[in-house]
Write a protein of this length. Sequence first.
Length: 322
Amino acid sequence: MTEKFGAKSTADQVLSDVDLKGKRFLITGASSGIGLETARSLVSHGASVVGAVRDLVKAEPATASVRDAASQRGGSLELIELDLASLQSVRACADKLLADGRPFDSIIANAGVMATPFGRTIDGFEVQFGTNYLGHFALINRIEPLLADNGRLVVLPSQAHRVADVDLDDPNFDQQAYDPFVAYGRSKTATSLFAAEFDRRHRDRGIRAASVMPGNSITDLPRHFSQEDLQGLFETVGKARAEAGLPPAELKEIPQATATSVWAAVVSNKDEIGGHYLEDCAVAPIDDTPNPFADGVRSYALDANKAKQLWAKSEQLISAAS
């Protein structure tokens, strides 16, 4: 697979001529947006997909297009209930998958929330840290035995990781004023650090993990923004990029925003992407300029020592909540 893909590539283009019959994938957040298109593109090439969703009743009609694609192309879709904001739900989902016992060739941790009002999960974690990061951390570590040798883990951080590093001393905003976008940025930095440490821990099985910045697209992720807030964000991004001499940020169509996830999960050289942060179907450069809307990855989001510290802190937090 030496074909070069980029920012304009779609998931179907990335998977062109790829036969995924016999391959099995787990996707969180599979009933809308990028997760839905990821599932559709994979089953369209013969894959078996397990879609983890918060609400099974709503997800059934929402995933009809995926079932249609699966029936035409020999793939399959199963849904499983998962509320990442509840460790009880995470454990129940994981234990159901473990009892089933079938392995996964790739796990794609796609689900997330963005810039929510301050709140806490059932277990007392700040909602974005608990949902975007800790829920996935708990799920993936519990089902890690199901990830096949030479398999792949793909997690979805965000350009917003550039806004804030993790705060290991106060991850849940117990001692500081809450800022929804800072909290979002921290949760996405944590997600990237998780991939880096997971990759280090499991590469002896040939498993590689990578972070994917999908690109900006219009999904229901920013549902906590008013139209005015969203427009203001786009204007802020545009101004910041112009001041840095960068080209305007282009919105991607959802099939384009899905491309890097499936590229990382299926067709890329796993040993070239392992431990890295990816954007536009390529390994992104490290860029520590202070501009939060620049391209590339901040070095703190891949810092090996910070990743180990976050892992240990996460185990403590989950243990204390159990």
